[in-house]
Design a protein around this ligand. Structure first.
Ligand code: 5IU
Length: 275
């Protein structure tokens, strides 16, 4: 990778390039805890998710949830999750992937059983509906200091979010401004050097990360933390089954999270040392 200017900056120096409170908080935590690891807890129950989070929480900057998977979702799950996020110092990312018109997403974000905006620091949205989706979500989330990521690329085989779609997604974010949209879910540094303006900074978060398997039977594709952080310039690696799916019980899950944290942090240190 020819060095993208952002990738040479330490996380700590990027804090001042953001005004959104969630973006600042993520970078502060990454710097404080020496971690660019997010764990995705896609387990069947809220109680199992809390168990995984208690084990991995001290190793991560962020916990990613899909609360619509849980059979036993209740308000008390949210209370416990928020409590753990304070105790163990991480940000909560509900991977909701909103994809409707502005009016509908603003209702989906604020209402229903999950009331995502009440507790999730960060959520994400597809760009396919156009800028109205950002307007609808920001109406709810921005006054609360929440952040939004746009999906610019996906890790799965055959994804249509490539080339022109990815570029238009970047431009849509840029036009919206960074008070609410703080970055992208992507596989590459999609905020190309010739497009970003002075002082503009985006967080690139990449799922599809594993140190073992190269993929699954349903189209998922894995890269190593090194490939994501050094070769592609991602800022945050998102790992699911590679951590919570490891065999060997509680200690093994905890150890595996530490293993990914160390790999991710080593790659980041190497990256910022390349001048
Ligand atoms: N996820 C992806 N790829 C993407 C996007 C989201 O894998 O492009 I956007 C989600 C799906 C799952 C997690 O919640 O990230 C990855 O889980 P595994 O590490 O278990 O594959």
């Amino acid at each position: 990778m020819s060095a993208h200017p952002t990738t040479l900056l330490p996380y700590s120096e990027r804090i001042k390039l953001h005004t959104n409170p969630t973006a600042k908080k993520i970078l502060e935590i990454m710097d404080r805890k020496k971690t660019n690891l997010a764990v995705s807890v896609d387990v069947n129950t809220a109680s199992e998710a809390l168990e995984v989070i208690r084990r991995v929480g001290s190793s991560v900057c962020m916990v990613k949830t899909h609360v619509d998977i849980f059979e036993d979702f209740t308000e008390s799950f949210v209370e416990e999750l928020v409590k753990l996020s304070k105790e163990l110092d991480f940000v909560i990312f509900e991977d909701r992937k909103f994809a409707d018109i502005g009016n509908t997403v603003s209702l989906q974000y604020s209402s229903g059983i999950h009331k995502i905006a009440n507790w999730a620091d960060l959520t994400n949205a597809h760009s396919v509906p156009g800028p109205g989706i950002i307007a609808g979500l920001s109406k709810i989330g921005e006054p609360l200091g929440r952040g939004l990521l746009l999906l610019a690329e996906m890790s799965s085989k055959g994804s249509l979010a490539v080339d022109g779609y990815t570029e238009e997604t970047f431009k849509m974010a840029q036009e919206a401004g960074r008070s609410f949209v703080i970055g992208f879910i992507a596989q590459n540094r999609i905020d190309k050097s010739d497009l970003i303006k002075d002082g503009e900074d985006y967080l690139i978060m990449s799922p599809g990360v594993g140190l073992g398997a190269k993929g699954d039977s349903l189209g998922q594709q894995y890269r190593t933390p090194r490939e994501c952080i050094i070769d592609s310039g991602s800022d945050v690696i998102i790992v699911g089954r590679g951590i919570y799916g490891i065999k060997g019980g509680e200690q093994a899950v905890k150890d595996e999270a530490e293993r990914y944290r160390i790999e991710g942090w080593k790659a980041y240190e190497e990256r910022i040392s390349k001048k």
